[in-house]
Design a protein around this ligand. Structure first.
Ligand SMILES: *[C@@H]1O[C@H](CO)[C@@H](O)[C@H](O)[C@H]1NC(C)=O
Ligand SMILES: *[C@@H]1O[C@H](CO)[C@@H](O)[C@H](O)[C@H]1NC(C)=O
Length: 401
C-alpha cells in the first residue's frame, strides 16, 4: 500500500536515489569487515550507524537490503516543530494527548495467512528464516509477528481499545488474546485480490455493525480500519472528539490518497454513509482499476471517488491541514499524513522529519523489520520518543522484509 506519496517529493529525492545505495553499500561493507575483525565484540555494537564519512575504498556490493538495524541521519534537524535526536535519544518530548475519551475505539484490520507453501526441504526453510532480536521467523511467522506488534502497540498506547481481525474463514487464524477478536468473513482472499477483498470485508463488517446498532442502544464505538503494519503512537480516539462532524476520515498527502487508514464514526449515520462511500470505491475499483497493480488499485479507486466530486479542489489536498468535505452524501475528514500516517521511507524527506505530535507510523514496504525492532526497543527502554528517533533515523533503510 503505497502511502502518502506525491510526485514532488519524489523529484526532490531523485538525486538521493543515486547517492543512497552507494552510502548503504559502504556501510554494509563496514559492517561485514567489522564483523570479521572484531567478532567477539559483535554484541556490544548495538546498531550500525550510517555515517556519510564512511570511506568508499571497499569494493561495491549490490546488496542493499539489510538484516540488521542501520541508522542514518535524522531528517528535520534544526526544525523547531520536528523531533530532534541525539543518537537515538530524543531531545524533545513528543506531544501526546492524555485526555480520556467518552467513546471506545475498535481497530479493524484484514489479515489472512497463506498456508500454501509447498513442502520445502528443511535447509531451504532454514535459509528463509530471519532473526530479529532473539527470535527467528519463517515467512508466515513474520506476518504473524507484525500482526502481534500491531496489537501490542494498540494495547500499550490505547489500552481501552479492541482489535477485530477480519479474515478468510479458510485460514486457520487463531488468536487467544484479550481485546482481540477474529471475525471470519467469506470472500476471495487470494494475494492478487486482497485489496479488493479488503474493501468488501470492510463493507460487510459495517453492515453487521449497522444491524447490531439498531438492536442495541448504548455507548458508541468508533472504528478505525488500518493496515496491520502500523504502530499506533498516540490515542486516536481524540479524532472523534476534536472533529465533531465527520462520518469518515482518510489521510491525505497530495495524491493518491492512502487507503491504509479509514476512521468511521460509530453512529448510525456514520456507519451507513461510510458503507455507501466504500461501496462507491469498490465500484470504481472493479470497473476501472482491476488492471492496476494489486497494491495500488484501492488507492486509485479511493482517489477517483474523491476527485470525481464536483467541488474537488486539488489545492486543499496539498496542504498539511485537516479539512472536511462533503463527498457523495458523506462528510469526509482529510487528516494530514505527516501526523496520522507517517511513513518512514519518504517520511524523512517528504515530511521534513517527524512532527512532534505524530500519531501513527506506517511501516510500508521493506520496513517491517524496523517495526519489530522498534517494538523490541520500546519494550526494553519504554521511552516512546526515543523509539521514534530510532524509526526516524532508520526509516530510509531498506530491510530484508
Ligand atoms: C526540541 O529540542 C531542541 C534541542 O533541544 C530545541 O532546540 C527545540 O526548541 C525543541 N523544540 C520544541 C518545540 O520544544
Ligand atoms: C528473548 O526472548 C524472551 C522470550 O522468548 C524474552 O523474555 C527475553 O526478554 C528476550 N531477550 C532479549 C535480550 O530480547
Amino acid at each position: 500500500m503505497k502511502a502518502c506519496a506525491g510526485w514532488r517529493p519524489f523529484l526532490l529525492c531523485f538525486p538521493l536515489i543515486f547517492i543512497l545505495p552507494h552510502l548503504f553499500s559502504s556501510v554494509l561493507e563496514l559492517h561485514q569487515n567489522q564483523a570479521v575483525r572484531d567478532a567477539p565484540n559483535e554484541n556490544s555494537k548495538k546498531f550500525d550507524v550510517l555515517d556519510s564519512s564512511v570511506g568508499d575504498d571497499a569494493p561495491k556490493k549490490t546488496t542493499t537490503k539489510f538484516d540488521h538495524l542501520v541508522l542514518g541521519p535524522a531528517a528535520g534537524e534544526g526544525l523547531s516543530n520536528r523531533l530532534q535526536c541525539q543518537g537515538v535519544k530524543a531531545l524533545n518530548k513528543t506531544h501526546f494527548s492524555n485526555s480520556p475519551h467518552a467513546s471506545g475505539v475498535v481497530f479493524v484490520t484484514v489479515f489472512t495467512i497463506y498456508n500454501n507453501t509447498p513442502d520445502t526441504p528443511m535447509n531451504s526453510r532454514l535459509s528463509n528464516l530471519v532473526t530479529v532480536g532473539n527470535a527467528s521467523y519463517s515467512k508466515p511467522e513474520r506476518s504473524m509477528a507484525i500482526l502481534n506488534v500491531f496489537i501490542n502497540f494498540i494495547k500499550v498506547r490505547m489500552p481501552h481499545s479492541n482489535v477485530i481481525i477480519l479474515t478468510d474463514p479458510e485460514s486457520d487464524l487463531s488468536m487467544h488474546q484479550n481485546q482481540v477478536t477474529v471475525l471470519p468473513i467469506r470472500g476471495e482472499y487470494s494475494r492478487d485480490k486482497l485489496m479488493l477483498q479488503r474493501i468488501r470485508s470492510y463493507i460487510t463488517f459495517l453492515e453487521i455493525k449497522l444491524e447490531k446498532l439498531s438492536q442495541e442502544k448504548g455507548r458508541i464505538t468508533h472504528f478505525i480500519f488500518t493496515d496491520s503494519d502500523i504502530a499506533v503512537i498516540d490515542d486516536l480516539g481524540q479524532i472523534f472528539d476534536k472533529y465533531q462532524d465527520f462520518h469518515l476520515a482518510l489521510t491525505n498527502k497530495d495524491q493518491p490518497l492512502n487507503s491504509g487508514f479509514i476512521a468511521v464514526r460509530g453512529t448510525h449515520d456514520g456507519i451507513l454513509r461510510a458503507k455507501i462511500f466504500l461501496e462507491k470505491v469498490l465500484e470504481a475499483y472493479s470497473s476501472r482499476y482491476m488492471k492496476a497493480s494489486r497494491m495500488l488499485g484501492d488507492q486509485l479507486a479511493l482517489f477517483w471517488v474523491v476527485k470525481s466530486d464536483a467541488s474537488f479542489d486539488a489545492k486543499r489536498f496539498s496542504k498539511a491541514q485537516a479539512f472536511t468535505k462533503e463527498i457523495g452524501g458523506a462528510s469526509v475528514l482529510f487528516l494530514p499524513c505527516a501526523t496520522y500516517n507517517w511513513t518512514p521511507p519518504e517520511g524523512a524527506g517528504q515530511f521534513h522529519g517527524m512532527p512532534l505530535d505524530v500519531k501513527v507510523v506506517h511501516f510500508k514496504g521493506s520496513r517491517k523489520r524496523l517495526m519489530l525492532e522498534a517494538w523490541n526497543y520500546f519494550s526494553s527502554f519504554t521511552d516512546i520518543s526515543d523509539m521514534l528517533c530510532l524509526i526516524l533515523r532508520s526509516g530510509r533503510t531498506k530491510y530484508d522484509f
